[in-house]
Design a protein around this ligand. Structure first.
Ligand code: FEO
Length: 167
C-alpha cells in the first residue's frame, strides 16, 4: 500500500462525511420542494450530487493506492427547517465543517510526508474555496431578498443558469 493505515482510515472517514453531506443536501432540497421553491431545490439537489462525486473521488483514491474501503452507515439527515434562510445557514456551517475536515486530512498528509495524498487533496482544498464562495453568495442573496421568497427563488434560478453556462 502506498500510504499509511491512519491516512486510509481518515480518508475512509471523509468518504462518509461527504456521503452524509450529500444526504443532508438532498433532505434540504426535499424541504425546499415542499415549499415550492424549485430553483433553490435544484441548487441543493446539484450540491447533493457534487458531494456524492466527492465521496466517490476519495473512495477511488483509497482503492488506487491499495487501501481498503470501509463504508459505514449514513446518519439520518435533518429533514425539517423553519425557513430557507435556516437551510442556507445550516449549509454554510456544513461547508465550514467540511473545510476543516479537508484541512485536517492535509495536515496529516504533510505530517506523514505523504506527497501523493497531498497532491490528491489539493483539488479538495481548491473545491472548498469554491464551495464556501458559492454558499456565501447564496447567503447574500437571501439577505437581499429578505422575506420575499419568490424573489430569492428567482435569483437562485439565475444562479443555476449561470452554473449551467459555466460548465
Ligand atoms: Fe464535499 Fe461541499 O464539500
Amino acid at each position: 500500500m502506498l500510504i499509511s493505515e491512519p491516512m486510509v482510515r481518515e480518508l475512509n472517514e471523509q468518504v462518509m462525511h461527504e456521503f452524509n453531506a450529500s444526504h443532508s443536501y438532498l433532505a434540504m432540497a426535499c424541504q425546499l420542494e415542499d415549499w415550492h421553491l424549485s430553483s433553490m431545490a435544484n441548487w441543493f439537489r446539484a450540491q447533493a450530487e457534487e458531494e456524492r462525486e466527492h465521496a466517490m473521488k476519495l473512495l477511488d483514491y483509497v482503492l488506487q493506492v491499495g487501501g481498503r474501503v470501509h463504508l459505514a452507515g449514513l446518519s439520518e439527515p435533518r429533514s425539517s427547517y423553519s425557513s430557507p434562510s435556516e437551510i442556507i445557514e445550516t449549509a454554510l456551517g456544513q461547508e465550514r465543517t467540511v473545510t476543516e475536515q479537508i484541512n485536517a486530512l492535509m495536515n496529516l498528509a504533510v505530517k506523514e510526508n505523504d506527497h501523493a495524498t497531498q497532491s490528491f487533496l489539493r483539488w479538495f482544498v481548491d473545491e472548498q474555496v469554491e464551495e464556501m464562495d458559492s454558499i456565501g453568495h447564496l447567503c447574500g442573496l437571501a439577505r437581499l431578498a429578505g422575506d420575499n421568497l419568490l424573489q430569492l427563488d428567482e435569483s437562485v434560478r439565475a444562479l443555476n443558469r449561470g452554473g449551467v453556462e459555466k460548465t
